[in-house]
Design a protein around this ligand. Structure first.
Ligand code: FMN
Length: 182
């Protein structure tokens, strides 16, 4: 199982969580780490390069800080540019993403309790990530349970250190949920 982690953070210099996660990932030679804002400072995505990267991996994790209940904009552009008709979907041989596993790793300012139906943010992270789940289904990939770290403004060094390890364990052991869904 070859894993690619695509990190989209517009401000890695000021990041605490996503930078720590990236540093942990980089200790694992079997995981490919790809940072979109570093690769494309002008935001012009090399579609052929990205498609080759996807084709070369089985499990793709999109890692980002939650921005307005969604992702930073370069990831939306990546979806728009890279997941092309005739490559990811639409024609009989457009199956380059079929059978891939797709997951998300996100950090949030909001607490875990706030991401509940009765909480301040009203929706769970699983619900807010439905667009990525739907996208995975559309391109015939299997969606994975997400990994998250909440309440980042109250994050102790200990909780961050634990989360680095939990993240790697998650990436190495997570299984698709699609089959269990009704
Ligand atoms: C433009 C912007 C929008 C944000 N929107 C949300 C949001 O919708 N929900 C949330 O919980 N946190 C939100 N945040 C907080 C970030 O998710 C948080 O700062 C980030 O996860 C911390 O990760 P880092 O240390 O890697 O930067 C937002 C931050 C910014 C700058």
């Amino acid at each position: 199982m070859k894993t690619l982690v695509i990190i989209t953070h517009p401000n890695m210099e000021t990041s605490r969580v996503n930078k720590a996660w990236r540093d942990e990932l980089q200790k694992h030679g079997e995981i490919t780490v790809h940072e979109l804002y570093a690769a494309y400072p002008d935001e012009k995505i090399d579609v052929a390069r990205e498609q080759k990267l996807i084709e070369a991996h089985d499990r793709i994790i999109f890692q980002y800080p939650l921005y307005w209940y969604s992702s930073p904009p370069l990831l939306k552009k990546w979806f728009d540019d890279v997941l092309q008709y005739g490559w990811a979907y639409g024609t009989p041989d457009a199956s380059k993403t079929a059978g891939k596993e797709i997951g998300v790793a996100i950090s949030t300012y909001g607490t875990e309790a706030s991401y509940q139906p009765s909480g301040f943010n009203r929706f769970t992270l699983q619900e807010l990530l439905r667009p990525v789940e739907a996208l995975a289904h559309f391109i015939s990939a299997d969606y994975l349970p997400h990994f998250s770290l909440s309440d980042v403004s109250n994050l102790t060094d200990e909780r961050l250190a634990q989360s680095r390890l939990d993240y790697i364990r998650h990436i190495q052991s997570v299984k698709p949920v699609a089959a269990a869904r009704v």
